[in-house]
Design a protein around this ligand. Structure first.
Ligand code: FES
Length: 63
């Protein structure tokens, strides 16, 4: 699925960037240019970053 239409960046590519250690919007922008044009995708990028951060830190036991 394309997240950033302006730069043609898919969610898959974003996850790849995160795996490379790009964990903030600024790092993602530098790494693959996503979110550097119209900005419409920024919120979605943030959501992906947030979701990954939640998983990669400690996996909390179900409450
Ligand atoms: S859709 Fe990502 S900058 Fe425009």
């Amino acid at each position: 699925m394309l997240v950033c239409i302006c730069k043609g960046i898919s969610d898959r590519k974003l996850h790849e960037e995160i795996r490379k250690g790009h964990r903030t919007l600024a790092q993602i922008r530098t790494g693959c240019q996503a979110g550097t044009d119209c900005g419409a995708c920024v919120q979605q990028i943030r959501q992906i970053l947030g979701a990954r951060a939640g998983v990669s830190h400690h996996e909390t036991a179900a409450e």
